[in-house]
Design a protein around this ligand. Structure first.
Ligand code: GLU
Length: 418
């Protein structure tokens, strides 16, 4: 996505202006500068043996954005559109996200430019291991802890942890989160992003006094975040009338049977063709007359181009960066409530934090303990962001950024780096 990182920096400038004006405090230029540049950027090219015996060269990135509040933290994306600008933006957003929910991490992100749909499982394994080998010296449980993101999953994390442990000669589960339970993963990590998003959505719904039976939800994206959000919302008796994946979407005004749709997707690899609904495009899904819209796929899907046609009253950003800043401002003027990505999808990294703590202590929690701690953090963070946005008469994104940037700047000051 072009200039995603520049957009992030504009939001940073805007937030610093509000903090200075409203709180009557001065933030030094160099204190802002330190948040405007990544601490370290690694771009690496590495060969991978393909199943036909030939070598293919891939390019991968790791951006270690900021570690003033703790080690770098953030996922690894395998996608054909991955480039340095995108990884930088995602790493910046991780820095803000970890500060919004107040967990002791900085922010980072990684990625490989690759279409995994064209690779076999063995090729994905070799690709993952090759990436770990070039990054092994800059990551680690107290340095930088990767996790899953778009088109990476717990199996990829298992290979990641295994390769790193072999290189170091020490079993090191805490180097990466989002692992399978059998080798040190946490209960509830697979559903954490969706679960966290659901908690903050329900907080907002109650604040706005909207009854459950008045809600109609459309979800764009049916990967880990979108699929599990649909499942959790359906289990809580919410009506979901549209869902989509990268191939297209399906729509049924009366509500979609999510269990059947998940089964269909598992068997067919796509949602299209599901008999109990009409087909719609991803673009049409965004403009449906629903009151809740959940973008749960990629960046930049709500922009100046389509914002006028968006009818939802609540937008839950399960994806990272789905709304451009301009579109976000227009939505705010229209009275639409956008729960920003840095809060809405933070449940994933929160349970990653629990996983890391469990790995370090070698003491594992049950599902109930994970849920209780996740709901505590999400409810508290929602309250802080909501109250900040009300106090400064701004949207929830700016409310979240104010909360995060104050924490980051305080840490910079206390550490004495500026
Ligand atoms: N990739 C997820 C995100 O964007 C999770 C990151 C993590 O758990 O470190 O928040």
């Amino acid at each position: 996505m072009a200039n995603a990182f520049q957009e992030g920096l504009r939001q940073l400038d805007k937030t610093c202006e509000i903090i200075q004006r409203e709180k009557k405090i001065t933030i030094k230029t160099e204190e802002i500068e330190i948040l405007k540049k990544p601490k370290r950027v690694v771009e690496a090219s590495f060969p991978v043996t393909m199943d036909n015996g030939k070598l293919k060269i891939f390019t991968g990135y790791r951006v270690q954005y900021n570690d003033v509040r703790g080690p770098f933290k953030g996922g690894i994306r395998f996608h054909p559109k991955v480039d340095l600008d995108e990884v930088k933006a995602l790493a910046f957003w991780m820095t803000i996200k970890c500060a919004v929910v107040n967990i002791p991490y900085g922010g980072g992100k990684g990625g490989i430019t690759v279409d995994t749909k064209k690779l076999s499982q063995r090729e994905i394994e070799r690709l993952t291991r090759a990436y770990v080998r070039v990054m092994a010296n800059i990551i680690g449980p107290d340095r930088d802890i990767p996790a899953p993101d778009v088109y990476t999953n717990s199996q990829v994390m298992a290979w990641f942890m295994d390769e790193y442990s072999q290189i170091k000669g020490v079993n090191t589960p805490a180097v990466v989160t989002g692992k399978p339970i059998e080798i040190g993963g946490s209960q509830g990590r697979d559903t954490a992003t969706a679960q966290g998003g659901f908690y903050v959505f329900d907080n907002l719904r109650k604040k706005l006094r909207i009854k459950k039976n008045q809600i109609e939800i459309a979800i764009q994206g049916f990967g880990n975040a979108g699929l599990n959000f649909a499942k959790i919302a359906a289990d809580h008796d919410f009506k979901i009338i549209a869902i989509s994946d990268s191939q297209g979407g399906i729509y049924n005004k009366k509500g979609i049977d999510i269990k059947k749709a998940i089964k269909y997707k598992k068997e067919n690899g796509q949602l299209r063709g599901f008999k109990l609904a009409e087909e719609i495009s991803n673009e049409e899904l965004l403009e449906l007359p629903v009151n809740v819209l959940v973008p749960a796929a990629l960046e930049n899907v709500i922009t100046e181009k389509n914002v006028k046609n968006i009818k939802a009253k609540i937008i839950v950003e399960l994806a990272n960066g789905p709304t451009s800043i301009k579109a976000g401002e227009e939505l705010f003027e229209k009275g639409v409530y956008v729960i920003p990505d840095v809060l809405a999808n933070a449940g994933g990294v929160v349970v990653s934090y629990f996983e890391w703590v469990q790995n370090i202590r070698h003491f594992y929690w049950d599902a109930k303990k994970v849920q209780n701690n996740l709901s505590y953090i999400m409810n508290k963070s929602f309250k802080e962001v909501w109250e900040t946005s009300q106090k400064y008469k701004t949207n929830m994104r700016t409310g979240a950024y104010i909360t995060a940037i104050e924490r980051l700047i305080n840490a910079v000051r206390i550490r004495g780096r500026a």
